[in-house]
Design a protein around this ligand. Structure first.
Ligand code: ATP
Ligand code: MG
Length: 249
């Protein structure tokens, strides 16, 4: 999805000005009155969301309701059309291109449904890559990658990612998301392509590793068993984000 796709004329209220004193007390993710649309269609309509440091927040909702769009906005991969987004105190919308990419690399780890590893690189190389891009030397990057692969119980560190099973690839994806010690991890359907038992193993690792690293988590999941493990569950429907009623638990 490109930053420039989408309508500019969707009807949203103007963002409020937040005094700087209050900004320093803001949570890890502070999305305020966000609006985003594709062409004439509004996907996020005045959506506000917070994630505290170390907190996990799940978003559920019907297919097509905009969960992946919301995840991409919070991961700073899509730019809001109106509203405010602060991550770790940084006004993300004030950053452009190279500075935004550097901020994202250091602050946000992203986990995708199909892991999205580089298939020709080994598991170890995939995990080390974001650390190398962030300026770490090879020994440091590979040392961190080895420790994280050990944490997610992946011994096949020298196997090309294209040869890993779905569950193994997703464990590599979790390790890769954590390699730069991000304050925030955004996961979009991280267990959707896995079978039942593997799903449970990967979900266990995801929640336990994030807790161990103190990272905040925004997770989008169709899977009730996975979403209900989050500290809070929200529902996105009709462009609006609301607290999910108890039945997800
Ligand atoms: N690049 C794009 N251009 C136009 N429309 C798009 C684009 N990306 C997504 N959409 C539309 O935006 C809506 C929300 O899509 P999104 O992928 O965020 O939904 P979702 O809740 O994640 O769905 P699912 O549960 O099926 O993954 C959908 O109707 C989709 O077709
Ligand atoms: Mg989706």
């Amino acid at each position: 999805m490109s930053e420039d796709s989408g309508a500019r004329w969707i009807n949203c209220r103007a963002p409020e000005i937040v005094p700087s004193r209050e900004r320093s007390m803001k949570p890890l993710v502070d999305l305020e009155r966000a609006c985003f649309g594709f062409r004439r269609r509004t996907i996020l309509d005045d959506v506000s969301l917070t994630v505290e440091r170390g907190e996990s927040v799940a978003v559920v909702g019907p297919s097509g309701s905009g969960k992946s769009t919301l995840a991409a906005v919070v991961a700073t991969l899509l730019r809001l059309q109106s509203g405010e987004l602060r991550i770790d105190g940084q006004d993300v919308l004030a950053l452009r291109s190279a500075r935004l990419a550097a901020f994202r690399r250091a602050t946000v780890g992203v986990i995708f449904q199909h892991a999205e590893l580089v298939p020709t690189m080994t598991a170890l190389e995939n995990v080390a890559l974001p650390a190398l891009l962030d300026g770490a030397d090879r020994a440091t990057a590979e040392g961190r990658a080895r420790r994280l692969l050990d944490e997610v119980q992946l011994s096949e560190t020298d196997t090309p990612a294209g040869d890993l099973s779905g569950g193994e690839a997703q464990r590599v994806g979790i390790a890769r998301a954590l390699v730069n010690a991000p304050a925030l991890v955004v996961a979009d359907e991280p267990t959707a392509s896995l079978d039942g038992p593997t799903k449970a193993v990967v979900a266990d690792l995801l929640y336990s590793r994030l807790e161990a690293h103190g990272a905040g988590l925004l997770i989008v999941s169709h899977d009730v068993a996975v979403a209900s493990r989050a500290d809070r569950v929200l529902r996105l429907e009709g462009g609006r984000l609301t607290a999910q009623l108890a039945e997800v638990h």
